[in-house]
Design a protein. Structure first.
Length: 92
């Protein structure tokens, strides 16, 4: 997180492929990263267990989850509308 802050990054794509679980430290990291980037954060390849925790914490309502890196990069470039997963499941 310090490196992102030092580089003044305004967008971030976090690959969660190797993150097997999410506790308070993980949630704190995600919220901090979201703040540093001004809300331009996308999480890619989250494990089902992690995704469940993030959905319970309602993080999924403000931070989009994508299935792969390419989709995350496209979302950050504005080429597609990365809607948070919880909104994907709602019927129109």
């Amino acid at each position: 997180m310090d490196e992102i802050k030092t580089l003044n990054c305004t967008k971030a794509l976090a690959d969660f492929r190797d993150v097997p679980s999410a506790g308070s430290a993980c949630l704190s990291f995600i919220v901090g990263l979201y703040g540093i980037t001004g809300g331009r954060l996308v999480l890619a390849r989250t494990q089902p267990r992690v995704r469940q925790v993030l959905e319970i914490a309602r993080i999924s309502t403000v931070i989009p989850f994508v299935d792969d890196i390419e989709s995350g990069l496209a979302a950050l470039r504005g080429e597609c509308s990365a809607v948070p997963r919880s909104q994907d499941r709602q019927s129109p």
